[in-house]
Design a protein around this ligand. Structure first.
Ligand code: 2HG
Ligand code: ZN
Length: 460
């Protein structure tokens, strides 16, 4: 069946757009989760909404699964074709169709790289805040699928808060336009909200309308050094309790600092037991006073030193260093099992205390960093043994289950930005009731009755 479809797609789209080479298919069977590979039967490089719809119509007629794929930067296996079939890549749909100053919106195709859109709108004095660490290579379509966030979510929120309109194609080939172009709008159900974060299981995004903000003219970035993670947690709590609102409030623990130090363009202090990066924005005149206030608050929590990044290039070096956390840990270890739990803001110090016990429980080193102001922590179990070995797998599982149980006991949630995908589906029932899972599955079946679109994801 699938072989027939590959032949048909090749005839319709041309051989250069339907990849069948083994090495290439292996690439399309991987993403940043480290799971797999799950090579598909073929990978289609769509260039238009019509072509996406065509693939979804033919796949439906042949009963073949389709897994949509953006840039492959996802961390939970959302783009992995676990049941084979077709990978439908939107990487070639890279046009920015419009940037409107008047309406404060941009309209893009799903393959547009996030960092490229940001550079483009910023050159025009506009601002698209969501900033996942993968911004140099992740695509807007993937951001929509996973409802991506990043450091600036602390003040500005995540992708869902910016996507106001979507063009989608459904299994069977029907195309729909959801949402609006206006800043307000409550006509009908909020289907844009439902599609954003649906992990590519409802439909395939072919066009995205996002709202933009005026670019803040003043920005200041501070790095606070703490003796340890407990004190850093206290510094974060001091800021949260004060009502003072930086746009980012990030934490990096000692183990992570030790992994990035050699490559980081920003010189991390050698005696740091943990660092907090705070970034403020607003009117340029207010930045000095705001930086001073922020530094005082961090010091009241126990910071031994607070440095203000000097100028744009210093700021850029600091963020480049922060964005190294994930790749540096990944390159240094055979397995980097990363999580993105979230706890309510009041429970951040308690969660950090509980995370510290994980090493003892699992015998594995743990590195923690992330968007601590949001209570969103990337807790990474680092493993240099073969994780498929029974005893190793058991220790990892015990550690993860404890992490999730602690998170939920503190009334948190399993995922703040990476989604459930393949990596976390077995833990979903720890958080959600059987009834809630059943209703979500019904919703999925409504859009995709034969379970052909990105099957085998989210639900256990
Ligand atoms: C980040 O914040 C990313 O750097 C990656 O979300 C997190 O690798 C990770 O754990
Ligand atoms: Zn993150």
């Amino acid at each position: 069946m699938s072989g027939d479809l590959t032949t048909l797609l090749t005839r319709e789209l041309g051989a250069d757009r339907v990849l069948r080479d083994e090495a290439q298919l292996e690439e399309y069977g991987r993403d940043e989760s480290g799971l797999g590979p799950y090579p598909p039967d073929c990978a289609v490089l769509a260039e238009s909404a019509e072509e996406v719809a065509l693939v979804l119509r033919l796949a439906d007629e042949h009963g073949v699964p389709v897994t949509p794929r953006g840039a492959g930067s996802g961390m939970t296996g959302g783009a992995l074709p676990v049941r084979g079939g077709v990978v439908l890549s939107t990487e070639r749909m890279r046009r920015v169709l419009e940037v409107s100053h008047e309406d404060l919106v941009a309209v893009v195709e799903p393959g547009v790289i996030l960092g490229e859109l940001q550079t483009l709108v910023e050159a025009q004095g506009l601002f698209y805040p969501p900033d996942p660490a993968s911004l140099a290579f992740c695509s807007l379509g993937g951001n929509v699928a996973e409802n991506a966030g990043g450091p600036r979510a602390f003040k500005y929120g995540v992708t869902r808060e910016y996507v106001i309109g979507l063009d989608v194609a459904l299994v069977g080939g029907e195309r729909l336009t959801l949402g609006r172009r206006t800043s307000k709008g409550v006509t009908g159900y909020d289907l844009v909200g439902a599609f954003v974060g649906s992990e590519g299981t409802f439909g395939v995004t072919t066009g995205i309308t996002v709202k933009l903000l005026p670019l803040p003219q003043g920005v200041a970035t501070l790095l606070a050094v703490f003796p340890g993670i407990t004190e850093a947690g206290r510094g974060i709590s001091a800021i949260l309790a004060s009502g003072f609102r930086p746009r980012a409030l990030e934490l990096v623990d000692k183990n992570t600092i030790d992994h990035i130090r050699a490559r980081a363009p920003y010189p991390f202090p050698t005696d740091a037991g943990a660092v907090v990066i705070a970034e403020l924005d607003g009117e340029p005149e207010g930045m000095e006073a705001a930086s001073l206030r922020c530094a005082e608050l961090l010091e009241s929590g126990g910071a031994t030193d607070v440095v203000v990044a000097q100028g744009e290039s210093d700021r850029r070096r600091l963020w480049e260093s922060r964005r190294l956390c994930s790749p540096a840990l990944k390159e240094a270890h055979r397995h980097k099992i990363n999580e993105d739990i979230v706890v309510p803001r009041g429970s951040i110090p308690e969660m950090l205390r509980r995370v510290e016990r994980l090493t003892e429980l699992t015998g594995l080193p743990v590195a923690t960093f992330g968007h601590a102001g949001d209570g969103n922590l990337h807790v990474n179990l680092l493993c240099d043994e073969d994780r498929t070995r029974h005893d190793v797998a058991r220790r990892i599982d015990r550690g993860l289950e404890q992490l999730f149980r602690d998170t939920l006991e503190l009334r948190g949630t399993l995922s703040g930005e990476h989604g459930i995908g393949l990596a976390k589906q077995r833990y979903l029932p720890l958080e959600q009731s059987p009834g809630l899972i059943a209703w979500q599955k019904k919703l999925k079946r409504l859009w995709d009755p034969k379970d052909l679109l990105n099957p085998g994801k989210i639900f256990p």
